[in-house]
Design a protein around this ligand. Structure first.
Ligand code: NAD
Length: 496
């Protein structure tokens, strides 16, 4: 316990100023009545800071500011918009240690992963700086000799952004990069569990010289007043959301009122298929990387591991051996592989999934219990778990577990694996391991998912169009496709 307190103290000294405010129209502001809510460390329960608890009034002020800034920003040359994004990306990398430490404190992930996320988050700003410079239109052969048709791609307008707690920086820059590159102005609302990383990013935008009102940040404990305000306001032309499918569906309904564009990155239920002909070592390592990053709290993490019967036993043994070696603890402690779950409801879900599986006949190969190591706050840590003899109908196969639990399901034929993999309303990411190149194409084309990792457990990158099909979302983030979400197409037909 002594060790823990030391870490907390050292960290507070590293971070320095921890007063956080709303960013509205280029000014740092408090919420009405100085209302705030606390942000705590999921590893320790220690309150790190408090942030303003904004409501309707502040949200409206942020929309006003974004609307006022829109004409100026959308007319700013693309080269200048790109320069701002590159400057913020450079600042993020320069302040990487500080940003990562704050992220680990509020979110719990190991510091090494937080450092990785800061670089990943910065990469979206750099990538979309390049895309800003290439928002080309078209000149189309017209229907008559005395006409000319020009196609323009213009910013959609003010965009509201709602982001989750599991990637507090990257989920925001994956939206901010393309929106600002396109010439949109934005009102962001980070998750109530992890608002500090977003405000830290806002500070960098101000430091880099972002014009007032181009980036606005609202923090609030209850997202509903914020959400109702942005959906009612006609000036907000788009809402970009990353979070659960349940909330995503609510937002689709709300978007009807003012016919807003919605871009939705929602939940997943990723299958990770290991065929008999796979490179066993690569598949085991891939499954570890995919399943246990961020303690299993990623939308693309392997939720169900399907292993062909001929390799099942060997895979289960090699995989379990590696899982046992994973080190659980406070993310700031060097060598930690698995941090805490975000909160107690997250742990309850893990417990429920394991209980349901074992009652149905699944065997626990390792883990299966809360982790109560010395540096842990009782409650949020879970021992990395492997379950064998899992069936596709168990809760752990059907729902997104969002925790460090790896269920192993055996299958016999390729078609059976594809059928089980596709038997879900979700369609975000799917993975498979094989050394057969024909199978790579065959299986990749049949999997009903937006992202396929073929012998690749970590396919996410700024260069690729991330996104899901079915109930995993609408739209794409990243790649050259990512900027289209934030652009309207207009044509001008000119009579000569
Ligand atoms: P969540 O849906 O509960 O919350 C996400 C965000 O929505 C938060 O900012 C929250 O304040 C806000 N929110 C909650 N209720 C709302 C409402 N009624 N109206 C408006 N906003 C509301 O999800 P979470 O628990 O924070 O995140 C985990 C989920 O996010 C998982 O399902 C995960 O798969 C998904 N996710 C998806 C992606 C992706 O790219 N597809 C990435 C990360 C996380």
């Amino acid at each position: 316990m002594q060790n823990l307190i030391d870490i907390e103290k050292i960290t507070t000294e590293t971070i320095g100023d921890t007063s956080y405010k709303l960013l509205i129209g280029g000014e740092w502001q408090t919420a009405a009545g100085n209302s705030t809510f606390p942000v705590d460390n999921p590893a320790t329960g220690v309150v790190l800071s408090s942030v303003p608890d904004a409501g309707v009034r502040e949200t409206q002020a942020a929309i006003d500011a974004a609307s006022a800034a829109l004409p100026g920003w959308s007319e700013t040359p693309a080269l200048a918009r790109a320069a701002l994004l590159r400057k913020v990306a450079a600042l993020m990398l320069e302040r990487r240690e500080r940003l990562a430490t704050i992220m680990t404190l509020e979110q719990g992930k190991p510091l090494s992963e937080a450092l990785g996320e800061v670089a990943y988050a910065a990469s979206f700003l750099s990538w979309f700086a390049g895309e800003a410079e290439r928002i080309y239109g078209q000149v189309v052969p017209a229907s008559a000799g005395n006409k000319r048709i020009l196609v323009l791609r213009q910013p959609i307008g003010v965009v509201a952004m709602i982001t989750p707690w599991n990637f507090p920086a990257a989920m925001l820059t994956r939206k901010l990069g393309p929106a600002l590159a396109a010439g949109c102005t934005v009102v962001c609302k980070p998750a109530e569990q992890t608002p500090l990383s977003a405000i830290e990013l806002g500070k960098l935008f101000v430091e880099a010289g972002a014009p007032a009102g181009v980036v606005n940040i609202i923090t609030c404990q209850d997202p509903v007043p914020f959400s109702e305000t942005i959906f009612k306001d006609d000036r907000v032309r788009m809402v970009s959301f990353t979070g659960s499918t349940e909330v995503g569906k609510l937002l689709i309904k709300q978007s009807a009122e003012t016919v807003k564009r919605v871009s939705l990155e929602l939940g997943g239920n990723a299958p990770f298929i290991v065929f008999d002909d796979a490179d066993l070592d690569a598949a085991v390592q891939g499954a570890i990387d995919s399943k246990f990053r961020n303690a299993g709290q990623t939308c693309v993490c392997a939720n169900r591991i399907l292993v062909q019967a001929g390799i099942y036993q060997r895979f289960a043994e090699a995989f379990t051996k590696k899982v046992i070696e994973l080190k659980v603890g406070n993310g700031l402690q060097p060598g930690t592989d698995i941090g805490p779950l975000i909160d107690l409801p997250a742990r309850t879900k893990v417990e429920r999934h394991i209980a349901n599986a074992t009652q149905g006949g699944a065997r626990v190969l390792t883990g299966g219990t809360p982790w109560t190591g010395a540096a842990g706050r009782e409650g949020t840590f879970w021992t990395p778990t492997v379950l064998a003899d899992v069936t596709p109908d168990m809760l752990v196969s059907v729902e997104e577990t969002f925790g460090p639990v790896a269920p192993l399901i055996s299958f016999t034929h390729e078609d059976e694996a594809i059928r089980i993999a596709n038997d879900t309303p979700y369609g975000l990411a799917a993975y498979f391991y094989t050394r057969d190149v024909s199978r790579v194409f065959r299986v990749a084309e049949k999997l009903e998912y937006g992202i396929i990792g073929a012998n690749d457990a970590l396919p996410s990158t700024a260069q690729a169009p991330f996104g899901g099909v079915k109930q995993s979302g609408l739209g794409r983030e990243g790649g050259s496709f990512g900027i289209d979400e934030y652009l309207e197409v207009k044509y001008i037909s000119i009579g000569l």
